[in-house]
Design a protein around this ligand. Structure first.
Ligand SMILES: *Cc1c(COP(=O)(O)O)cnc(C)c1O
Length: 483
């Protein structure tokens, strides 16, 4: 016989609250246990039971769950607990690193993992995932040197005498400053004290390497004489930092690499350039005229140059160092190199990507460069094609049109470069732009877009052609829900 509710609804609900044990015995909990494990599902069940108890005590959900009798209260609360457990399990399964579709048009999107890898790099990554010949020379059965292959490719591509690979460009700067200048001074222009990605700040890297930073010149203008006047017997290094993510425009000047290296060499000192984005070829035709080309810096006398693996080079996170044999040898021998060196997965990706560069096929094979090179008319054709495919599905709930706009480089490169593109504007009669953006983020794989002037905009520049089907599916699903 069903019990009738006591007069106090709070007491009734507290009595009907499922125990952690009951919650764990549901079939939903059982299937989640296989995914997240026993310990995690138990702690999630505990958290949810506590949460429900607190809400009932605070009266916040009392009304919603109160039914006519005890049995119905129990069922309602158990159903609610199961619903929350499943949502928590869902969150949990989204927590790791997952593929997303970047429809923002920001090519080097740091929050989305910077450079997407080429097909060859993905294949190389798979190859290196198991045992591999990382430090083993197969023909001779001798121990091989880790990274030797990538170093050789870097030497070939930049004209430098030697090369070294570390964990990222910040690590490269730290290693170089620590090894070459820790007991003395490093001269740098006031116009180059950049902060990148919130964490890499030139003065901080100088400080942690132990070198004393000597700032010369002014924010907008630094002359060769400014460097010359700062030279003394404690000077160890002249440093040039690429401004990367900002530009000073107007009344500006800075000596060239050739001038700086001539001055440094007059005093028997090395010149180090932190080139950041790492263009291996002139990307001027794609609007990136300001990016230092590594081989040019070397040809102009820079003794060491460092740059990132996952910016314009289009590979993975890595700090690439090229330069004079003597200096690179000192870096390689230093204990800090052992702490900063890179792993087999990164080396395999770099190897495959640098091979594309060497073959002269980087503009077609390396995704970052391929995306950069797409013209506005190519973008227009692609976007119109996509919209045509959407129309053919017969979905009617969304209005999709094209508008002209701009993509961005991102990743601390080319702040003034905005490749013209054609965007897809998606309008939903029943959802706000924010709601639509959220629905797209919640699709599988999540689709990341941008909102400008209240419009949901998708830029196919950063979408691989084989990802378009996923976007189409997501849009049709959203359209049908509202129609
Ligand atoms: C991006 C950048 C860095 C940091 O590179 P990471 O590989 O992200 O560590 C350092 N210096 C310059 C000039 C940069 O542009």
């Amino acid at each position: 016989m069903a019990q009738s509710n006591p007069t106090n609804p709070k007491t009734a609900l507290l009595r009907a609250l499922p125990s952690v044990y009951q919650l764990l015995r549901t079939s939903e909990a059982n299937s989640l246990r296989d995914i997240v494990g026993r310990a995690r599902i138990t702690s999630l069940a505990r958290i949810i039971a506590d949460e429900l108890r607190r809400e009932i005590q605070e009266n916040s959900t009392t009304k919603d769950f109160l039914q006519v009798d005890h049995e119905q209260n129990r069922e309602a609360l158990l159903a609610e607990a199961v619903r929350r457990l499943e949502a928590a399990g869902q969150q949990e399964s989204l927590a790791g690193i997952r593929r997303v579709i970047n429809a923002t048009g920001v090519v080097l999107h740091t929050n989305l993992g910077r450079a997407p890898l080429s097909a060859a790099a993905r294949e190389a990554l798979r190859e290196a995932a198991g045992y591999c010949n990382l430090e083993y020379d197969i023909p001779s059965r001798q121990r091989g040197r880790r990274g030797a292959r990538v170093e050789d490719l870097l030497v070939e591509l930049t004209g430098a005498e030697d090369a070294l690979v570390v964990n990222n460009c910040a690590a490269a700067a730290l290693l170089i400053l620590s090894v070459l200048a820790t007991d003395g001074e490093t001269i740098v222009s006031r116009g180059e004290l950049v902060e990148i990605g919130g964490d890499f700040r030139v003065p901080d890297v100088m400080a942690s390497s132990g070198t004393q930073m000597i700032e010369v010149g002014t924010t907008n203008r630094t002359k060769l004489d400014d460097y010359r006047r700062a030279l003394n017997e404690r000077t160890r290094l002249l440093m040039r930092v690429h401004q990367s993510n900002y530009r000073i425009v107007g009344f500006t000047s800075a000596p060239t690499i050739a001038e700086l290296s001539a001055l440094a060499h007059e005093r028997g000192l090395p010149l180090y350039e932190d080139a950041g984005s790492g263009a291996l070829q002139d990307l001027g035709p794609y609007g990136l005229a300001d990016e230092p080309v590594i081989s040019e810096s070397i040809a102009n006398g820079a003794d060491l140059v460092s740059f990132s693996g996952d910016k314009l080079l289009g590979a993975c996170q890595a700090g690439l160092i090229v330069g004079r044999g003597q200096l690179v040898k000192r870096l390689r021998r230093h204990p800090l190199y052992r702490a900063l060196r890179t792993d087999k997965l990164a080396l395999s990706v770099l190897d495959a990507t640098l091979e594309s560069h060497r073959r002269g096929a980087s503009m077609t094979e390396v995704p970052v460069l391929r995306m950069l090179s797409l013209t506005q008319s190519e973008m227009e054709a692609r976007t119109k094609n996509f919209i045509e495919s959407y129309r053919k599905t017969g979905a009617t709930g969304l209005e999709i049109s094209t508008i002209e706009g701009h993509s961005a480089i991102g990743g601390g490169s080319g702040p003034n470069t905005h490749p013209p593109t054609v965007l897809m504007a998606v309008y939903d009669t029943e959802r706000s732009a924010d709601e639509l953006a959220q629905a797209l983020r919640e699709s599988r794989p999540p689709i990341i877009i941008r909102i400008t002037d209240g419009k949901v905009l998708l830029d196919l520049r950063t979408v691989e052609p084989n990802e378009e089907a996923d976007i189409l599916k997501a849009l049709v699903r959203l359209a049908n829900k509202t129609s």
